[in-house]
Design a protein around this ligand. Structure first.
Ligand code: PGA
Length: 258
């Protein structure tokens, strides 16, 4: 089993002081561990420099939660991939279901953001996932296939190999209702088969496919034990240092035992 990747998505939470405390608490706990697991923290834009400052000395990376689809210029309020790169940010979440829902992001917008990030050498963490209605109608595989195909399959092999995929069923995000380990595994194996068809077996194996949606300190171990679950994108539980570190330790345990 390859080392896992655990990413914390803070969403629109924390003041500056709270952000500082949280980053320091997590960093201090990580310092005591010898980790193979890669850890990323994605605070809101104003705290990214805090994160990159601490990331340098500690064993984690800084990530953003979004970026502009445009390169630069008159786009008031936007933040470009180049700006993120210039701060030392290494990862960026794109296409989160909250952005699709509240900011009307389409697969095409997401594809453009992926391109901007790759141009600047950042790792795009591309989210996909079905609504509850899609699952009830047994349409979930089709929905995810369309999202992946339209937002990622324009990339050439070398570009695609820089990308991380996060499967986040919308009905599980922030609801406390987690996908069962088997539901997660079935979708992850399906996504990997799509990648295999397009980019080959080796790339499919190496692609990180994370699970997100009410992943917490209690259920992380069972989810991460699935063969095709390469880690997690953690929302609510990434705001509590102790829980986030427990999730990272779960990732570590699973890899050591397999
Ligand atoms: P959650 O969020 O862990 O709070 O469900 C996950 C996410 O939206 O990335």
């Amino acid at each position: 089993m390859k080392p896992k990747l655990v990413i914390g998505n803070w969403k629109m939470n924390e003041t500056f002081d709270e952000a500082q405390d949280l980053i320091i608490n997590i960093a201090e706990s990580l310092e005591k561990l010898t980790l193979e697991t890669e850890v990323v923290m994605c605070p809101p834009f104003p705290y990214l420099e805090l994160a990159t400052d601490h990331a340098e000395e500690n064993d984690f990376h800084a990530g953003a939660q979004n970026c502009s689809e445009y390169e630069k210029g008159a786009y008031t309020g936007e933040v470009s991939a180049k700006m993120l790169a210039s701060l030392g940010v290494e990862f960026c979440i794109v296409g989160h279901s909250e952005r699709r829902k509240y900011f009307n992001e389409s697969n095409q917008t997401i594809a453009a953001k992926v391109d901007r990030l790759l141009e600047e050498g950042l790792v795009p963490v591309v989210c996909c996932g079905e609504q509850l209605e899609d699952r009830k109608a047994d349409n979930h595989f089709k929905v995810v296939e369309k999202q992946i195909t339209e937002s990622l399959f324009h990339l050439n092999q070398e570009q695609f190999e820089q990308v991380v995929i996060a499967y986040e069923p919308v009905w599980a995000i922030g609801t406390g209702e987690t996908a069962t380990p088997q539901q997660a595994e079935d979708m992850h194996a399906f996504i990997r088969s799509l990648v295999e068809k397009k980019y080959g077996t080796e790339t499919a194996y190496n692609t990180y496919i994370l699970y997100g949606g009410s992943c917490n300190a209690k259920n992380a171990l069972d989810l991460f034990a699935q063969a095709d679950v390469d880690g997690g994108l953690i929302g609510g539980a990434s705001l509590k240092a102790e829980d986030f570190v427990t999730i990272i330790e779960a990732a570590e345990t699973v890899v050591k035992e397999n």
